[in-house]
Design a protein around this ligand. Structure first.
Ligand code: NAP
Length: 262
């Protein structure tokens, strides 16, 4: 009996999508049953992977009956893709960033109503998960902190999903205080970065970068830097692979890969 997990990838012709297609095809426990992309990505028909390429997710869900949807698209379409999948009983594993807290709450409600599992991870790289964990720990003792995230210049959302997630984790342990000089003035708008519960997040966008983040802590006479660098998009694939296997056992939405790691 064929026990492989049937997978559809949305955004399969994007930079992350291409890596995901390769990863799914290389794992004998997984079966890539269809690819879905926007009409801009080329016409319908076979893609380089040899599986059907469609421009309608709903058609792909109905025709190829996947177990899991891997979504690596854009902030504008990810929510509707997830809703469609959940309504069809297909479990989404989502790397697309840019979903708001309200979006995630609504999707969680839908998952619970339908008893369908889902995973959203703003960062599927294991090193980035550790960076977030260590940052949460450090903030307990060093509450003066700034986050500097650096990404390629094709990224649509700022700050990055990883930076937002890191900020949320830091806030859990950090004693609330407003940093910087009380009278500080921004001579150029945005110079001090985005404000989040008393501390700042800075977003750098440059060609040549992939995904990087430094969490910088300051204290009397000392600083601590926790830095993670993704050198290429392959770095996210072991985490997505784990997500595909773990989501089958879930009946609700899990946000953050760390919550499914042993
Ligand atoms: P990308 O190269 O721009 O790929 C996005 C793909 O989505 C494109 O192929 C695009 O097609 C497709 N798309 C757009 N609208 C669509 C629709 N309605 N239906 C189906 N496909 C559609 O971007 P990327 O660098 O691969 O990143 C994709 C997402 O992953 C981003 O949100 C990024 O922030 C996120 N990301 C997450 C992680 C993580 O670990 N969680 C890591 C890296 C990146 P067209 O080009 O034809 O419009």
């Amino acid at each position: 009996m064929d026990m492989s997990i049937r997978v559809v990838v949305t955004g399969s012709k994007g930079r992350m999508g291409q890596e995901a297609v390769k990863m799914v095809m290389a794992d004998p426990e997984l079966e890539l049953v269809a690819e879905v992309g926007s009409p801009r990505s080329g016409g319908e028909g076979a893609s380089f992977s040899g599986v059907p390429f469609l421009t309608s997710l709903e058609e792909a869900l109905l025709a190829y009956k996947p177990d899991v949807l891997v979504d690596l698209t854009t902030p504008h379409v990810v929510k509707s893709h997830m809703e469609l999948a959940i309504l069809h009983g297909v479990r989404p594993v989502v790397g697309t960033t840019g979903l708001s807290t309200e979006d995630i709450e609504e999707l969680d409600k839908l998952c619970r109503e339908k008893g369908v599992g889902a995973i959203i991870a703003p960062n599927f790289a294991i090193g980035a998960i550790l960076m977030m964990k260590f940052a949460r720990e450090a903030a307990r003792y060093m509450p003066h902190v700034e986050i500097i995230e650096l990404h390629h210049d094709k990224k649509l959302d700022a700050p990055s999903g990883t930076a937002v997630k890191t900020a949320e984790l830091i806030q859990q342990t950090r004693q609330e205080l407003k940093q910087g000089h009380p009278d500080e003035e921004e001579i150029i708008d945005g110079a001090r970065g985005g404000y989040y519960h008393g501390f700042r997040i800075h977003s750098v966008r440059l060609p040549g970068l992939v995904a990087h983040q430094e969490v910088l802590f300051g204290h009397v006479g000392q600083t601590l830097s926790i830095r993670h660098d993704s050198m290429n998009r392959e770095s996210f694939m072991p985490g997505i692979n784990l997500g595909i296997k773990k989501v089958l056992k879930l009946d609700r939405l899990v946000y953050g890969l760390e919550n499914v790691m042993d």
